[in-house]
Unconditional design. Structure first.
Length: 234
């Protein structure tokens, strides 16, 4: 009797195992795919526009023989233009280069009246401004994720007419700094200040065999805001 019962139990177990083998396997849901968002980097080319205010910081004096330097004043106005550059990020340090070209309404108004020789009055009325200036600069800064603090400096040039008897394109140097913030992976905004010094050379005028000279370099400050579009580097 025991043998019959054991044989029955074994038979039931075999039938149950066979039935379980015929059932379809339970499907396991695949793990969700989470897209990997690349970390922000300052590396890449960019182009942009800027606008701001510039002011003359030097005294442009006219030299009259026998009298000396007479009358001068400073003037400021709108500056605006565009820039193009490249950044490369190493850890949190960012290095790069930028060039820009600017329209600049910076100059001076001089109205001078001096007595020369026989007592005649010789008057000057100089109304002029810097037509343009440009820079080619290196940039170096430190990034706090999407915020960048940087210093900049390099070569400057411009068509200088401020308070001189003639205008010409002159070279010089510039130094400054700024802050920049990336609102998106492609769009950044900056606030920048520059000091520009252009070597004007000697501007002289010969009038009735009397030489008049204009001294001093063209020096001016610029504060401007800019907007850049950065091309992705990944």
């Amino acid at each position: 009797m025991k043998k019959i019962l054991l044989a029955g139990v074994a038979l039931v177990g075999l039938v149950g195992a066979a039935a379980a083998a015929d059932l379809p396997a339970r499907k396991v849901a695949p793990a969700p795919i989470v897209p990997v968002v690349p970390a922000f980097t300052w590396t890449g080319f960019y182009v942009g526009v800027n606008a701001g205010y510039g002011w003359n910081t030097n005294n442009d004096n006219v030299f009259v023989p026998g009298i000396g330097f007479v009358s001068s004043n400073n003037d400021g106005g709108f500056v605006g233009g565009g820039q193009i550059g490249y950044n490369y990020q190493i850890g949190q340090f960012v290095i790069g280069a930028e060039t820009d070209i600017q329209y600049a309404d910076i100059g001076g108004n001089n109205n001078n009246a001096v007595f020369v020789g026989n007592g005649a009055v010789l008057g000057f009325n100089n109304n002029s401004s810097d037509n343009y200036f440009g820079t080619v600069r290196v940039r170096a800064g430190y990034a706090f994720d999407r915020a960048l603090i940087y210093a900049t400096g390099g070569f400057a040039y411009g068509d200088v007419a401020g308070n001189s008897f003639s205008s010409s394109s002159n070279g010089g140097w510039t130094v400054g700094g700024g802050v920049e913030y990336a609102f998106t992976n492609n769009l950044t905004a900056k606030l920048e200040g520059l000091y520009v010094n252009l070597d004007r050379g000697n501007d002289n005028l010969l009038l009735n065999n009397v030489a008049f000279g204009n001294n001093g370099n063209t020096e001016f400050g610029v504060v401007r805001a800019g907007l850049n579009y950065k091309f992705n580097s990944y």
